[in-house]
Design a protein around this ligand. Sequence first.
Ligand SMILES: CC(C)(COP(=O)(O)OP(=O)(O)OC[C@H]1O[C@@H](n2cnc3c(N)ncnc32)[C@H](O)[C@@H]1OP(=O)(O)O)[C@@H](O)C(=O)NCCC(=O)NCCS
Length: 256
Amino acid sequence: MKISLSDIDRQRFGVVTAKATLDGSEPVPEVMQWCGAHGVQMLIARCASTELAQVQQLEQAGCFLTDTLVYFLKRHIAQQDVALPDGYTTRLATAADAEAVGALAGLTFEGYFGHYHVDPRLDKRDADLVYSSWAANSCGNPAVADAVVLIEHGGQIAAFATLKVHNSLEFEGVLFGVHPGHQGKRLYHALMQLAQNWARGRDIAHMIVSTQITNLSVQKVWCRQGFEPSKSYYTFHKWFEGAGAAAGGAAQGAAA
Ligand SMILES: CC(C)(COP(=O)(O)OP(=O)(O)OC[C@H]1O[C@@H](n2cnc3c(N)ncnc32)[C@H](O)[C@@H]1OP(=O)(O)O)[C@@H](O)C(=O)NCCC(=O)NCCS
């Protein structure tokens, strides 16, 4: 069973949080027992959308749906010409860009529709911070991201894309954001091309990307660039009433 406590979520939301990735084989009662034994207050369980029997068991156990993630894959990425609009340039981020990239991610993901944002017991501002700190930590920290592609305009960062290599064959485009004042100029389309060029320069052939099923703008771009749907997951949350006191955590701020 792939389940563990998440320190980062506990610090951010003030509740003992467990994250589980389920493949259909794990008995849901065992997942719940694990949570009980570890004083878990909030469980975040991700389950392949093909595993409907397990999905129904999760629902019966009090889990509620918080998002649906779709993955797309392109098997043969190739170098391509990138046409940035006039006045825009590109470069890779360094550790010195962390603060600016974090601030931009905070702006682009404010009120996003990820699983943290749609859980009514979590503070939306804390949910925004998931993305800004993740993007900031991606700059210059290979444990989080292998590269962050930037597009700049007038000396300011207008867009960013964080990239993570999974193996010699495959990398992932993880977190992308375009400043609201620069949206609608095909910068996202350009970020996707720049990401593929970065990987081709390292002889990596496959690119994967994922998003919420409702994020149609990015899926349109993926289809136009030759990506194909590959897999999908449901994310569930469950709250355990009365848990956490033994583990020293109280649901401060999370029960609003
Ligand atoms: C999604 C996002 C990256 C798009 O950036 P962008 O640079 O404006 O996108 P592009 O200009 O390349 O346009 C891509 C397509 O999406 C469409 N699109 C852009 N924003 C849209 C919106 N809010 N609603 C519907 N379609 C939208 C564009 O019209 C275009 O489609 P079209 O050619 O049919 O017109 C940007 O809105 C953003 O940062 N959103 C918040 C964070 C996010 O969703 N990140 C991606 C997942 S990690």
